[in-house]
Ligand binder design. Structure first.
Ligand code: 2AM
Ligand code: CA
Ligand code: CA
Ligand code: CA
Length: 264
């Protein structure tokens, strides 16, 4: 394993320990609203601090972008961290949340960890070295037709400016796929695409820390990720379409009629 990936796994396991301990008494947590429908707890913050401590102890000069504490440092290496993706699920004891850590080198995805502490699913990838689930190589699914596919998505929850476009996409997907799932943790959804548990995924307006690790997992598992045009802007716009290569193409085609100018 690449030493930087080993460090990222150590950081993710440290955060998972904090999350698992807190999950035994969720009612004791203080929940704060950041925005409408956007919650943060001391677990998010403690997990994030633990991750940053591990990473900066190993690599004191690296830069950080983390959901709860923002950006720090300047380096060609930048760690992008979501300490707890799926906080709403976590707060309800709904076991679908994860720790997501990615390393960018000169802006390019280089290392990725997505860890689901409820199931002990550890997804990892290094650029050019493939993607793994608990040390077994994973591949995207080989399903050929959208009609046979299980597709993941995320609902708009705070910014409702694209709600009409999203609902039109959703209606169409319900009719053209074998099922649509909205588990509630984008990073884990993307890891599921990498592992072939989902055939594809789309969502509007995600953050960099939700998607960085999951996107490398998918690419290293033989899948494709793009914005609604199939291009590379997804890491900045957060508009993400992903899947095995055949389903990726069919998702783009199905979503195209519903794109407003703002989404193109
Ligand atoms: P978070 O738990 O790290 O905030 C995709 O829907 C993403 O949106 C999730 O990965 C989640 O990341 C974030 N999100 C924040 N608030 C949400 C909410 N109320 N419902 C769904 N997702 C939410
Ligand atoms: Ca959040
Ligand atoms: Ca998130
Ligand atoms: Ca989070």
């Amino acid at each position: 394993m690449h030493p930087m990936l080993t460090t990222a796994v150590k950081a993710a396991r440290r955060a998972a320990g904090i999350i698992n301990r807190a999950s035994q008494d969720i009612d004791a947590l203080t929940v704060k609203h950041k925005n409408h429908n956007d919650y943060v707890t001391e677990v998010d913050r403690a997990a994030e601090q633990a991750i940053i401590d591990v990473l900066l102890t190993a690599y004191p000069n690296h830069a950080i972008l983390a959901e709860e504490s923002g950006a720090q440092g300047s380096s060609e290496y930048q760690w992008v961290i979501d300490p707890l993706d799926g906080t709403t699920n976590f707060l309800h004891g709904f076991p679908q949340y994860c720790v997501s850590i990615a390393l960018l080198h000169k802006g390019q995805l280089n290392q990725a960890v997505v860890y689901d502490p409820s199931r002990n699913d550890l997804f990892t990838a290094s650029r050019g070295q493939g993607a793994y689930l608990n040390e077994r190589r994973i591949r995207v699914s080989n399903r050929l037709k959208l009609a046979d596919s299980l597709i993941g998505t995320g609902f708009p929850y705070r910014d409702f400016s694209h709600l009409d476009a999203y609902m039109a996409m959703f209606r169409d997907m319900l009719q053209k796929t074998s099922g649509v799932r909205r588990p509630g943790s984008a990073a884990l959804d993307l890891a599921y695409v990498a592992a072939g548990r989902l055939d594809g995924f789309w969502e509007i307006g995600l953050n960099k820390w939700d998607i960085a690790a999951g996107c490398l997992l998918i690419q290293e598992a033989g899948g494709l990720v793009g914005d609604f045009n199939g291009d590379d802007s997804y890491i900045d716009t957060g508009n993400v379409v992903a899947g095995n290569p055949k389903i990726f193409a069919q998702l783009l085609q199905t979503l195209a009629p519903h794109l407003t100018t703002a989404l193109k």
